[in-house]
Design a protein around this ligand. Structure first.
Ligand SMILES: *Cc1c(COP(=O)(O)O)cnc(C)c1O
Length: 355
């Protein structure tokens, strides 16, 4: 027998090694306590895992790493493959980063009305933007570009729930439980997350069951999203107008949203998400993104319930991305007033809960 160098494997092995080396150079994200004296004295502690500190600024950094490794190890991506994604948001930014790391061309498919800032951010990381007229066209256009170029359509909404190792391997859930170990309520009573792909909620839900923790998982769903209705009724053909909170809530039921893993769903009105975003930005002394505001609104609702019932425990959620990406939108008072109306009543309600 002669031993043979596997020429087709060489690039693949180097590609996987590059992603692993990049991971080895990276630090984990912080779990930060939210200072709320009125709740701390009642035995209720709130924490946020700060996903804004990844090199590409959001929790999508984890997803992009998982999707690339999954595609590589499935044999779907080769030397020179064009990587295509239907995304104008954080997923495109993070995938552009990993495509560049591997020396692969990256194309993000999005609607023509995508903001210039987002296009610039994707291009900064080496990606190219392809524009279509309507949101419904992005999936077929992405698939077509992958086919024409002999490349690969990543398809975050299908693969997010399966690309991440749910038993551990330092996934976001394992890291959260580890970082809680020296706290007074180390096993959270609740973990609150939003759902865009649904990948994060799937990973946390599975890991919690696998570890046999008593933690319950609550998904905070923005008004206009289909997920809350789908969770209640189980009909995957349902549709909805779509959410106005970037990164979370969907107009159609996505395959990566695993309904059976969610213990509770809360629908959050836009004004409450904005109130949550503003209040949390004040408390932390730095701006957070709108989906973090949605999370915080639900964390406070649950904390309020626990306080009224005399329950003690911890509540965890995510700081999904920083507010600097939204200075001309969600952090612009005039834009908010035009797009979402008056948020004064929601802000007053939240202030009442925070007191
Ligand atoms: C994607 C995203 C989410 C939701 O995460 P999923 O794992 O896709 O459900 C929340 N916030 C922001 C800013 C996001 O980009």
């Amino acid at each position: 027998m002669t031993s043979k160098t596997c020429f087709t494997c060489t690039w693949l092995h180097q590609a996987v090694a590059r992603i692993e080396a990049d991971y080895q150079r990276s630090a984990d994200t912080h779990l930060i306590p939210i200072p709320l004296p009125g709740y701390a004295s009642a035995g209720i502690d709130l924490y946020l895992k700060d996903e804004s500190t990844h090199p590409t600024g959001s929790l999508k950094h984890r997803l992009a790493r998982s999707l690339f490794l999954y595609a590589l190890c499935n044999g779907w991506v080769h030397e020179g493959s064009t990587i295509v994604e239907a995304s104008s948001g954080s997923t495109a930014v993070s995938e552009a980063y990993f495509a560049r790391l591997l020396g692969l061309p990256f194309v993000a498919v999005m609607t023509r009305n995508t903001s210039a800032e987002k296009v610039a951010l994707i291009e900064f990381h080496g990606g190219r933007c392809h524009f279509v007229d309507t949101a419904a066209q992005v999936y077929d256009a992405a698939r077509a570009i992958a086919q024409e170029t002999g490349g690969h359509y990543m398809d975050q909404f299908t693969y997010a729930e399966r690309a991440t190792d749910w038993r551990g391997n330092n996934n976001i859930a394992e890291s959260m439980y580890q970082q809680m170990q020296h706290e007074r309520h180390p096993i959270p009573s609740w973990i609150v997350v939003g759902a865009g792909t649904g990948g994060t909620s799937a990973t946390i839900g599975r890991y919690t069951r696998y570890q046999r923790h008593a933690t319950r998982l609550c998904v905070a769903d923005p008004a206009g999203s289909v997920f809350a209705d789908y969770w209640a009724r189980g009909d995957a053909a349902l549709t909805a107008p779509g959410s106005r909170i970037e990164g979370i809530g969907r107009p159609r039921v996505e395959p990566s949203f695993v309904r059976s893993l969610v213990d509770r769903m809360e629908v959050v009105q836009d004004a409450d998400s904005i109130a949550g975003m503003r209040a949390l930005s004040r408390i932390l002394g730095r701006r957070v993104g709108p989906s973090t505001g949605t999370n915080f609104a639900v964390m406070m609702a649950i904390a309020g319930e626990m306080r009224r019932r005399g329950e003690q425990g911890s509540i965890l959620s995510l700081l999904c991305d920083a507010g600097e990406r939204y200075l001309h939108t969600y952090h612009d008072d005039a834009w908010v007033k035009n797009t979402m109306g008056d948020c004064a009543a929601a802000e007053a309600d939240l202030q009442g809960l925070l007191a």
